[in-house]
Unconditional design. Structure first.
Length: 96
């Protein structure tokens, strides 16, 4: 429920694009199951948990917590990539 005129906290870290980190009970620090996909999933998972916890705290009733995926964002990411990767990314950033 959006509170008109309320403060807004927007988080975009893997909004809607990460999977659930299924091993959080057995390996919450990725010590036994580190991989790039697991690291991405756990970052989004813990971010979700943290912001959900903040949204539920008393005193934060008038704050809008929003988690969204911004799509392609025009940043300097990829400038060190070869042209055949960099050029398509740059084109998608312009239309995204």
């Amino acid at each position: 429920c959006i509170m008109p005129g309320g403060l807004v906290v927007l988080t975009v870290l893997s909004g809607g694009v990460h999977g659930a980190y299924k091993k959080y009970r057995n390996d919450p620090e990725l010590k036994q199951s580190y991989s790039v996909p697991n690291a991405a999933d756990i970052a989004g998972f813990y971010s979700d948990l943290g912001f959900d916890s903040m949204a539920r705290r008393s005193g934060n009733d008038g704050i809008n917590f929003i988690h969204a995926a911004p799509g392609f964002v025009a940043t300097n990411w990829g400038t060190e990539m070869p042209w055949f990767i960099k050029d398509p990314v740059r084109a998608l950033q312009k239309i995204g």
